[in-house]
Design a protein around this ligand. Structure first.
Ligand SMILES: Nc1nc2c(c(=O)[nH]1)N[C@H]1C(S)=C(S)[C@@H](COP(=O)(O)O)O[C@H]1N2
Ligand SMILES: [Mo]
Length: 444
């Protein structure tokens, strides 16, 4: 009989409850299906070998007997049909219109540190565009005539002739985890932490462009970056970041041109700094001698402090981490071994260590940091967990190489209170109950 099961989808190995669990989380499914398939395969193989004339012989599936698809049936590759559920998603009701909204990255289903470009989170203030690169220009000018010897206008061709660099960096919206300041608000890691992605970006250091224009680096202490979409996105970048060579005028993302949703054909890369400063559809860089206090630096992207004052120009994304599996909405099907996996990052440098707890922070053990561990880049961590069937609370706590330690909610609220939106880097807790369900919780 077992040989027959091999003709069927893995669904046949699972009961109704387990199938519900499968829909809730794919990790448990994988573990279970793998065990079941291995057991069935070895039993089936044994039967097939020893049962000449047995009506229940192993039947090969169609894909082992027929012709597959030809090459170039899909000139641009697509994920498997079986992976359709892994999508970036909007949080219903979060914004009034889809043009000024967010789609969240499905962190729970990703491996390693690089975000596939088609799953990169999106944040648009006024919708996205697919701008004709032949018509796009980047102007570099100064706030007065003496800031630059030669203000210049670059075409994409001209920019792409210049020496380029490729670097892996995370981008995190300053509002990531912003719904969780008061209490738990959303169920899954996709919504708590999914305004986070990581790519290899290729472009020209902004410093090189300013040098070409003969910038006065003594007087020019800030640049203003301006986008070409209707949002009037303009952000002040301190010159210290530009002079470090880290700030890029980028056209490449994961080996190909930027995706339209992510700023095609040109965007600013400001490693370690909140996403809003990574101006998309970049059309102008203006050199000046003071911060510009634009609308997105005064009424938005300011931190409401406990004394009622607003803090401006918080740019660095502080050290943070999150367990992506097991995480909210997933289900552990069985007792026994499970792999805890997650991401850690810091806008100040490299991740030095990540500790993991399964008892709500009473005991911690170091997680394995998987390489490469790069500055201002996502780092993947893994830790072993053997489930005894009792409730557990998973947490991760990251430390960066400047010695910054990710805070708990109690510590963070002491200095930031609970009515802010931006820059929540608190330790995330996921509670596992006896039925195997994992939920978003906060510990007081
Ligand atoms: N021109 C322009 N640049 C922009 C924005 C925008 O709406 N228009 N949104 C900003 C914000 S708030 C974030 S978090 C990032 C998001 O980048 P992504 O859509 O590539 O994820 O882009 C930033 N750059
Ligand atoms: Mo953002």
């Amino acid at each position: 009989m077992l040989g027959r099961f091999l003709q069927h989808a893995p669904e046949n190995f699972l009961n109704t409850q387990q199938m519900q669990d499968v829909r809730a989380g794919r990790r448990g499914f994988l573990a279970h299906a793998f065990a079941a398939a291995t057991a069935a395969a070895s039993a089936g193989a044994a039967r097939a070998q020893t049962s000449q004339g047995d009506p229940y012989i192993l039947e090969l599936p169609a894909h082992s007997k027929g012709l597959g698809q030809p090459v170039a049936a899909r000139p641009y590759g697509q994920p498997s049909e079986w992976e359709k559920n892994l999508q970036r998603r909007e949080s219903p009701g979060l914004t009034r219109v889809g043009q000024a909204s967010v789609s969240f990255c499905p962190l729970q289903g990703l491996f390693g540190i690089i975000t596939p470009s088609g799953l990169h989170f999106e944040r648009h203030h006024q919708g996205w565009w697919d701008i004709d690169p032949a018509k796009h220009r980047l102007m570099v000018n100064g706030s007065d005539d003496t800031m630059l010897e030669r203000p210049m206008v670059f075409s994409m061709d001209e920019l792409m002739r210049l020496p380029s660099v490729s670097r892996m960096h995370f981008i995190e919206c300053g509002a990531n985890t912003g719904m969780e300041w008061g209490n738990t608000a959303v169920p899954t890691v996709q919504y708590t932490h999914g305004m986070l992605s990581c790519s290899e970006f290729t472009g020209v250091p902004l410093r090189t462009l300013l040098e070409l224009c003969g910038a006065d680096f003594k007087r020019g202490t800030f640049v203003l970056a301006e986008g070409a979409d209707g949002s009037g996105m303009t952000r002040t970048i301190p010159m210290s970041l530009v002079l470090s060579g880290e700030v890029l005028v980028a056209y490449g993302q994961n080996g190909e041109m930027l995706r339209p949703e992510n700023g095609y054909p040109l965007r600013l890369i400001v490693p370690g700094v909140q996403g809003v400063s990574w101006v998309k559809y970049l059309r102008r860089i203006k050199l000046g001698d003071m911060p510009y206090a634009t609308k997105d630096e005064t009424i938005h992207y300011v931190d409401l402090m406990p004394d009622g004052m607003h803090r401006q120009y918080t740019s660095i994304q502080e050290v943070k981490s999150v367990i992506t599996s097991p995480s909210g909405g997933q289900v552990l099907l069985d007792n026994g071994f499970h792999s805890i996996t997650g991401l850690a990052w810091s806008g100040r440098g490299k991740i030095k260590r990540v500790d993991v707890s399964s008892d709500g922070g009473r005991n911690w053990k170091p997680a394995r940091l998987e390489g490469p561990v790069l500055p201002k880049c996502l780092s993947r961590f893994n830790a072993d967990f053997v489930w005894d069937g009792k409730p557990a609370i998973f947490q991760s706590r990251a430390v960066d190489d400047t010695g910054q330690i990710q805070p708990g909610y109690r510590e963070l609220r002491q200095v930031r209170a609970s009515r802010s939106i931006y820059h929540n880097n608190a330790i995330q807790s996921w509670a596992l109950d006896e039925s195997g369900e994992v939920k978003n919780v906060q510990l007081g």
